[in-house]
Design a protein. Structure first.
Length: 86
């Protein structure tokens, strides 16, 4: 009997970035100019998108990108994160 792989539960992650006011804080210069990179079903895909966006803007020291674990905001009592989620 062949076993089918159980699909992993979707864990929503959002990648955003923008220029920060200064290098010590995370306060953006212009919220209207934020770069919404995308929404991803797991941390691995979100991290890849974060890395790509960060590398595109490496010459701008004030540009920062972040992975937001949106699934934790939506359901704070949800499943405990595993290694795949961080």
């Amino acid at each position: 009997m062949e076993r089918k792989a159980t699909p992993k539960k979707q864990l929503l992650h959002i990648v955003v970035g923008g220029e920060v006011q200064n290098l010590e804080d995370v306060e953006f210069r212009d919220l209207k100019a934020m770069d919404f990179v995308g929404a991803y079903p797991n941390y691995a895909e979100a991290r890849d998108a974060w890395k790509s966006a960060s590398q595109r803007t490496v010459d701008n020291a004030h540009m920062r990108y972040f992975v937001i674990h949106a699934h934790r905001l939506i359901d704070p009592n949800g499943p405990t994160p595993d290694e795949d989620d961080h």
